[in-house]
Ligand binder design. Structure first.
Ligand code: SIN
Length: 285
């Protein structure tokens, strides 16, 4: 990938991955600066820009710089008129929730139940609690690199069975029985446990919870115990960046090499309102 022409001021986000980009206002930035922002994302796996003011149309245009915007599986919490903007919130207006509450709690990688999971996720903080609700990102490439060679050898050919139906019917928050339509739209898929990043060939320990129903050819509970063990490995502090939200933050991460989770907050005291957007990805290999 060629170096972008504009030099941005950045500082590291996490232990070995991610960059905070300083002094860029997405709303007013020129084309070359925005190209440099996307280039920084591709080189670091995650980017943060603080202090932004973006309306849904601007957010949709911004995610489009990373790739074609992806649709959301469940449509009831997308913003009216902005189908690519999904609302995460505990706010209730006129007796109806305006967003999915605690939707991202539990280590996962987005859209892993699809044949082509999303390449990146963007979260924009509209309203955040003063404490709690952090988002954690774990570096799956560093986690793979840190495994002993003999462990890598044991894991390298494993395949995971991902299932949206299994996920939605067993998850802790937002559990639901799927309609026949959603079942038909989201058939189960098989993905490799070890994923190769198409840009630089790095391997990622592409494990996840929630959507993983089994390891192909390994009976449960052993299979799911191994998944838990690998998630514990990937989510050690040395591989994790903990993001403490401020209103106006835009955080974008690469789902091909990071695992993430939302965290709880006191929803009897505080409100949280986030806009989430996705850019399309490709088939893991
Ligand atoms: C997500 O997993 O998509 C959202 C994470 C969060 O709400 O912090």
């Amino acid at each position: 990938m060629s170096e972008a022409a504009v030099a941005l001021r950045t500082r590291p986000l996490g232990p070995g991955f991610g960059a905070e980009i300083e002094d860029v206002d997405i709303h007013t930035a020129d084309e070359a600066t925005l190209d440099a922002v996307v280039d920084t994302f591709h080189r670091h796996g995650a980017i943060l820009l603080r202090g932004q003011t973006l309306d849904p149309a601007e957010l949709t245009a911004f995610i489009g710089r990373f790739g074609e915007p992806e649709d959301h599986t469940q449509k009831q919490f997308t913003l009216p008129g902005y189908p690519k903007v999904f609302v995460l919130s505990n706010r209730v207006v006129d007796g109806k929730p305006i967003g999915a509450h605690n939707d991202g709690v539990g280590w996962h990688t987005d859209y892993s139940y699809k044949a082509e999971p999303v390449m990146c996720t963007m979260l924009y903080a509209v309203e955040v609690p003063p404490e709690g609700s952090d988002t954690l990102l774990a570096d799956q490439c560093a986690a793979w690199d840190a495994l002993p060679a003999e462990r890598q050898e044991q894991l390298k050919d494993l395949k995971l069975h991902h299932s949206y139906q299994y996920f939605m019917e067993t998850r802790e928050y937002g559990r639901q029985t799927l309609s026949e339509e959603l079942k038909a739209q989201n058939p189960d898929v098989i993905h490799p446990l070890i994923r190769t990043h198409p840009a630089d060939g790095r391997k990622a320990l592409w494990v996840s919870t929630g959507t993983v129903k089994e390891i192909v050819g390994m009976p449960n509970p052993e299979g799911l115990q191994l998944i838990d063990e690998l998630v514990e490995w990937v989510t050690q502090d040395r591989f994790v960046y903990r993001h403490k939200w401020r209103e106006g933050d835009v955080l974008v991460w690469d789902n091909r090499c990071t695992l993430h989770t939302g965290t709880l907050y006191d929803d009897t005291k505080y409100y949280r309102l986030m806009h989430r957007l996705w850019a399309k990805g490709d088939k893991p290999f």
